[in-house]
Write a protein of this length. Sequence first.
Length: 230
Amino acid sequence: MSLLRIENLSKEYQMGDNVLRALDGVNLGIERGDYVAITGTSGSGKSTMLNILGCLDRPSSGRYILNQKDVSQMDPDELAEIRNREIGFIFQSFNLLPRASALDNVVQPLIYQHLPRQERLRRATEALQHVGLGARLDHLPNQLSGGQRQRVAIARALVTKPSILLADEPTGNLDSRTTIEIMRLFDDLHAEHQTIIIVTHEAEIARHCHRIVRLEDGRVAEDRRNRELA
Ligand SMILES: Nc1ncnc2c1ncn2[C@@H]1O[C@H](COP(=O)(O)OP(=O)(O)OP(=O)(O)O)[C@@H](O)[C@H]1O
Ligand SMILES: [Mg+2]
């Protein structure tokens, strides 16, 4: 049984008199423990697809089944709940709260879960330790390096123990050395059985993943195992 499945999924934008089809009948299944790169040229539909997988956006047509639930029919409140429970999302620009410490940023997603405050703090501390930031709990985002900020964002994505981790160009704002460090962290998380999908247009990043899905004009043009790792 797939962790998630999308069937004949399309996303259209009405632009004046024209319809722009960002996704055009995509079919895809993701298994538990998969480590997938979604690649493709600029405008091929990568972010559109990731946003739908992450319940940040809804398809125009087609089905999205996540953990055996049909997400495509849910209203925004239900989607928000599923997102909080099932999804960890990581953005290129980190999207941290600038005036909140690393710890407070990571506690954030737990506020919607009914947990005692001490338990929330304990889990957030543990998540930051897990990404190597146990000594930076009280730092504000602007007191951290780019790589450290992305680690905070990864801890925030992981703190709810999501069934799937989604990342849109997570190393796009990082130098090459820091990029390698962050990709090693994703590799470690995958080794711990975390399901991961990373959007990237860089072959160097896709190389880390075990499966590479290439989009072209909103369609799956290629879906293959990473031969380098086979
Ligand atoms: N909100 C929107 N309204 C209208 N068109 C959109 C919207 N969002 C995306 N598009 C269009 O949909 C297509 C796919 O966009 P998307 O952002 O998914 O591409 P991408 O593969 O992530 O590209 P990049 O590598 O540049 O980030 C593009 O042609 C884009 O212009
Ligand atoms: Mg994009």
